[in-house]
Design a binder for this molecule. Structure first.
Ligand SMILES: *Cc1c(COP(=O)(O)O)cnc(C)c1O
Length: 325
């Protein structure tokens, strides 16, 4: 707490300070809108998601081509190439959603029943669900209260001989300490899966998140910064791992050496993205970098105002975080 305020004095001071800040921002009147003062906001907030003829054209292209799945069309493949280029990853695999991206990653990195996966307790529940669905044991590494990310100082103590994956989450678009976590994963010889489902275009030391781990997982569900209603992707730096993930998400049928032409050399599931979703994602991606810059500017402004409120301290970024999505 700032200024050594007691809890009692903080509760008395904070609402007054917040009120004063808002009144000054609106105009010189000291009445809030609720009590008859002028409104701070006179035009509605922009609606979400944004879309225009780019999305309409893409959807119609897929519709009229009659090629609606990745087996026959080109849009999913095009999206994978574009997303890999945007993030600086070697390869990307589109998936049906973010949960599927995590689930595929656990499978191809060899997490089996009885294994342990180290992850943070403060996340969307899918991070935990995929571990339980695998009949593996989630081992929680508690949260750094200053950043809300997995506390890397507590990670090493959570690792046992049964740990088969480390799965940190870049929560709220902020970035966990990737220097510390990748170093521990490397030293312990444990695969690293980044849950980057909330962190499209977030950066650590100038590189996009999702490329630091063995697999980097993203969601394109309606509430995320890049949205196709439902959808997901995994980033890989190892083409062989991507080939195994491709086979797993395609009912065990790979492109090259794994079960091509209906021979099914591995087990798997159907976790494919559709061509319609890929067409929307390609259109949405044309706005993503600009939207991300606007968010960063607005967040900087909001953070500077919050910093003036007694007793409030905005979440901190680690020094290596060069963009909070
Ligand atoms: C959204 C989200 C997921 C799951 O993604 P879906 O596309 O909804 O399946 C997983 N982890 C985190 C941190 C998320 O925010």
């Amino acid at each position: 707490m700032k200024n050594d305020l007691s809890r009692r004095r903080l509760l008395a001071a904070a609402p007054a300070a917040g009120f004063a800040a808002r009144a000054t921002a609106a105009n010189s009147s000291d009445k809030p809108a609720l009590m008859g003062g002028p409104k701070t906001r006179t035009s509605p907030f922009p609606s979400w998601p944004e879309f225009d003829d780019r999305e309409r054209r893409g959807l119609l292209d897929v519709l009229e081509s009659g090629k609606w799945n990745r087996g026959t069309g080109q849009f999913v493949r095009k999206f994978e190439e574009a997303y890999a280029r945007l993030t600086g990853a070697r390869e990307a695999l589109a998936t049906s959603n973010g949960t599927a991206a995590l689930y595929i990653s656990l499978n191809v990195l060899g997490v089996e029943p009885g294994d342990e996966v180290a992850l943070p307790p403060y996340t969307f529940i899918a991070t935990v669900n995929v571990v339980l669905r695998q009949h593996a044991l989630p081992v929680f590494v508690d949260t750094d209260p200053e950043t809300f990310q997995m506390d890397h100082r507590k990670l090493e103590a959570a690792i046992t001989p049964d740990t088969r994956a480390i799965m940190p989450v870049h929560l709220g678009g902020n970035v966990c300490d990737l220097d510390a976590i990748t170093a521990i994963a490397k030293r312990k010889g444990v695969p690293l899966i980044e849950d980057a489902c909330q962190a499209h275009l977030a950066e650590w030391k100038g590189r996009k998140v999702g490329v630091y781990g063995d697999a980097g997982c993203f969601s394109f569900q309606a509430s995320k910064n890049l949205n196709s209603g439902e959808g997901g992707a995994i980033l890989f730096n190892d083409p062989d791992l991507r080939e195994r993930a491709y086979a797993f998400h395609n009912s065990g049928s790979g492109l090259k050496n794994i079960g091509a032409n209906f021979t099914y050399a591995s087990s798997g599931s159907n976790l494919r993205l559709t061509e319609f979703q890929a067409a929307i994602l390609l259109a949405q991606m044309s706005r993503l970098e600009k939207q991300t810059r606007t968010r960063a500017e607005n967040a900087k402004y909001l953070t500077s105002l919050l910093n003036e409120v007694p007793g409030v301290r905005p979440a901190r970024l680690y020094e290596g975080c060069t963009n909070n999505a």
